[in-house]
Design a protein around this ligand. Structure first.
Ligand SMILES: C[S@@+](CC[C@H](N)C(=O)[O-])C[C@H]1O[C@@H](n2cnc3c(N)ncnc32)[C@H](O)[C@@H]1O
Length: 253
């Protein structure tokens, strides 16, 4: 594509538009992840995992938190609310950003959502205190450009937390390329971060597998969001035992 994107913004616009008419898809995801009824997720972060992300960000009231590739903004709004931080959500899908703004208003939360790239957020140098990036760094050709962008926008001592999946074996071509190339430890170190810690979370993965099992067993009928969930489940279960769930945290030195 030449832009470094592996999927287009238009692809995600359509994906988000389909979700508006599918409360069933959200109900299934929330039930498996243990999320409260108000929380809109388009990834696989459980309620317990949200707590872990929030703790690792070490936020205080008044800090500026960026939710990078925020989708509908559910996780960023939750983490910011817990700490009293100011939230800026960035996503390249204009439809996701539109839904995130609507959703924040419904919750009565003040937050800024803007269109931007994983590799070009549009934010000023050293202007934020923390960045979270949930299940999204695999969507660019080279995640190094994402780590560099995060490093650029973070103020000294700022924190970053990312969640993703990595291959159990980097040489295993049965793992899709976009996950096979994810290496959070090496990438964050190359970008100049300090205190890089990457931990495996097999418990999260067990929850995800149960979600996918339900998704593949259901008949999506004419619901496009359920169809997308079903089809993704079919694809993911083919290689889910070949990847490991990870959370990474680091400090901008
Ligand atoms: C799996 S969703 C996760 C959304 C959100 N972080 C969550 O956990 O609910 C991946 C997100 O990455 C966004 N995305 C993918 N490629 C991107 C890019 N190149 N720049 C900005 N956002 C991107 C998509 O629009 C989508 O919202």
């Amino acid at each position: 594509m030449g832009t470094g994107r592996l999927l287009s913004a238009e692809y995600f616009d359509e994906w988000y538009s389909a979700m508006v008419g599918s409360p069933v898809k959200d109900e299934i995801v929330r039930r498996h992840l243990g999320l409260p009824a108000h929380l809109l997720s388009t990834s696989l972060l459980s309620w317990e995992a949200v707590g872990e992300v929030a703790a690792a960000l070490r936020l205080s009231a008044g800090h500026v938190l960026v939710d990078l590739a925020c989708g509908r903004g559910g996780y960023g709004l939750e983490v910011a609310h817990r700490s009293g931080a100011d939230l800026v959500g960035v996503d390249f899908s204009a439809e996701a950003v539109r839904q995130a703004r609507e959703y924040a208003e419904r919750l009565g939360r003040v937050a800024r959502f803007q269109v931007g790239e994983l590799t070009a957020t549009g934010l000023a140098d050293a202007s934020v205190d923390a960045v979270m990036c949930i299940d999204a760094v695999q969507f660019v050709e080279s995640a190094d450009a994402v780590y560099r962008e995060i490093r650029r926008v973070l103020a000294p001592a700022g924190r970053v937390v990312l969640t993703c999946w990595e291959p159990v074996d980097r040489g295993d071509d049965r793992v899709p390329d976009r996950l096979r190339s994810v290496d959070l430890y090496a990438g964050l170190n190359r970008a100049g971060f300090a205190d890089v810690v990457v931990d495996e979370r097999p418990g999260w993965q067990a929850v995800e597998d149960a979600l996918w099992q339900e998704a593949v067993a259901l008949d999506p009928g004419a619901d496009p969001a359920l169809r997308a969930l079903h089809d993704e489940g079919v694809r993911v279960l083919e290689f889910s035992h070949r990847i490991r769930r990870v959370i990474a945290a680091a400090t901008a030195s």
